[in-house]
Write a protein that binds this ligand. Sequence first.
Ligand code: NI
Length: 247
Amino acid sequence: MGARAGPVGSRLAVVVTHALLAAALTLSSAPAATAAATSAAEARVDCARVKCLALTFDDGPGAQTPTLLKTLRKANAKATFFLVGKRVEELPKIARQTLAEGHAVGDHTYSHQSLRALLDEEISQEIRLGRDVIQQATGYRPTMFRPPYGHTDDRVLRIADEAGMSQIMWTGTTLDWSLRDARKITATVLKLARRDGVILMHDTVPATVKAMPGILKELKKQGYHLVTVPTLARGGGKALGAGVSYP
Ligand code: NI
């Protein structure tokens, strides 16, 4: 699983014990059936025919994530979560729950640094280690990557490509981390929402989680199907292969 990384990988091997790994594999097998069922339901949504929007949440898992998952479940909405490896090590159970509930999961690197400032080898390690930690915690190997702070360039994209990852950006960012106010966040999301859009938010911002029931209610009233990034891309006829940047 995480064997290919260099010195950072060795450190990880110490952190992620075999016991934790065994627990992850045991726990992730039970909700897998649920995940398959919900994913199958979403697989029937054709975004070429209906109005779709992809909500994405970065920087988790965090303490607020279970509340957000509950909100999404009640609204029968699917979302995409870009997880930070370090946080997954702290909260592996929440990462597993996110997948089990049928949401899509991507790699937001291991320690959330601005990749453009790093050497090639360091960028590669950040991407691969983030992915490996997610795989060790959940049994799922992500193929989508989102660069921290949106800081990317041709070099970062090439290294993501070499790691077998697509790069997922966005059409609208809420800046929820600076707004920190549920009403302002709601107004911003509704302003940014458009058919086939990808909205960037953070499940680590409590006001975002608080705003989400109202946001989902309004988006559904406007006829949006809330889907994962892969479902949205499929509707647009776009394959999210390695080295592809989307949207
Ligand atoms: Ni981030």
